[in-house]
Design a binder for this molecule. Structure first.
Ligand code: DCP
Ligand code: MG
Ligand code: MN
Length: 339
């Protein structure tokens, strides 16, 4: 995701990178794997830039973004041509099942392991025997659809459908497609629609609009199901709506005979005008970029969240550029915010 994947063939560290890449995929399957996977991603990026083969742990450790653990792995790969931990992970008989279960919407590590412990091995097992939440049921019912990335042109077409209906309900409301789409991605995992309106100062101001929008789009058959909000909990006056949608064939951006109705994940996010800057930053991401901005803010004794930057005496939430300025970081266009 993000930068270019150039051919690894000519790279002197190609084999090392390939195995670290495989190890990264394994880590992502494991608990808290995401952040570990992030450090592997950075290490691989470092290796990609080396003009010569890195052959020892000592040399690897001297390079940026490579710590002891990964340096040892590089050494092991060069010495043995393999990674013991990777081999072990790949030969785990539960690995395939775990990966299938973790790909169900709203299923986490502990749930997946619980099901495996009960002897469930397939989606059909789950449908027949497991106790499923409404969200998980949708996730299983539309498993393949929800795993398929959404091509950029379809994200745009879906966004247009929402905008068209929104305009009829309230022409003053503004909608922006955020998330990976705003960062310029060729395809997205879901569609993140930021909804705002001049003159609003709380999400409450936008709730009646959201309700009408959801009702209308559901009536049109565009929205297919609402998903229960979870974990993040906080949502006062439900400032967001999670669900699924499907593009009408009349809006399909390609040859009609290629059209197949695919269920897509959509998030509708309410943002008062006064918080639009901080919210745009947050909902544009990516998540790692947000994390590093928040960290930077904290180091300066400030606090950045999805609503405001505070700690300066005055709070700023309105203006994306202003927030960068106050944080003392150079402006980065959305397409430069991959990490
Ligand atoms: N976000 C975040 N931290 C999280 C989840 C989300 O900062 N734990 C922010 C950054 C994301 C944005 O919200 O860019 C939208 O979240 P998505 O999960 O939809 O992620 P993306 O749109 O970036 O990627 P995808 O194409 O997978 O949807
Ligand atoms: Mg998204
Ligand atoms: Mn999203």
């Amino acid at each position: 995701k993000g930068g270019t994947v150039n051919s690894k063939k000519e790279n002197p560290n190609a084999k090392t990178m390939e195995l670290l890449e495989a190890w990264k995929a394994e880590r992502e399957l494991q608990s808290d794997g995401k952040w570990r996977a992030h450090s592997l991603r950075k290490a691989i990026a470092t290796l990609r830039q080396q003009p010569t083969k890195v052959t020892t742990a000592a040399k690897a450790r001297l390079l940026p973004n490579i710590g002891d653990d990964i340096a040892d792995k590089i050494h092991e790969i060069v010495q043995t041509g393999t990674l013991r931990h990777l081999e072990e992970a790949l030969s785990n008989p539960d690995r395939e099942v775990l990966s299938v279960f973790l790909n169900i919407y709203d299923v986490g590590q502990s749930r997946a392991y619980q099901w495996i412990a009960k002897g469930f091995r397939t989606l059909d097992d789950l449908k027949a025997k497991a106790e499923l939440s409404a969200n998980q049921r949708v996730g299983i019912e539309h498993y393949d659809d929800l795993l398929t990335r959404i091509p950029r042109a379809e994200v745009e077409a879906l966004g247009s459908c929402v905008k068209k209906t929104a305009k009829i309900i309230d022409p003053k409301v503004e909608l922006i497609i955020g998330g990976s789409y705003r960062r310029g991605a060729d395809d997205s995992g879901d569609i993140d629609m930021i909804i705002t309106k001049p003159g609003t100062s709380t999400t409450q101001d936008l709730v009646p609009f959201l309700n009408r929008l959801v009702d209308t789009l559901t009536g049109e058959g565009f929205l297919t199901v609402a998903l229960a909000a979870h974990r993040d909990g906080s949502s006062i006056g439900s400032s967001k709506w999670h669900g699924c949608c499907v593009l009408p064939d009349s809006a399909f951006p390609g040859a009609k005979e290629d059209y197949r109705p695919v269920w897509r994940r959509i998030d509708l996010l309410l943002v008062p005008e006064t918080e639009m800057g901080a919210a745009l930053i947050y909902f544009t991401g990516n998540d790692l970029f947000n994390r590093s901005l928040r960290l930077l803010a904290r180091k300066k004794g400030l606090r950045l969240n999805q609503r405001v930057l505070s700690g300066l005496g005055v709070s700023e939430g309105r203006d994306e550029r202003k927030i960068f300025e106050l944080l003392g970081v150079h402006w980065r266009e959305p397409h430069e915010r991959w990490c």
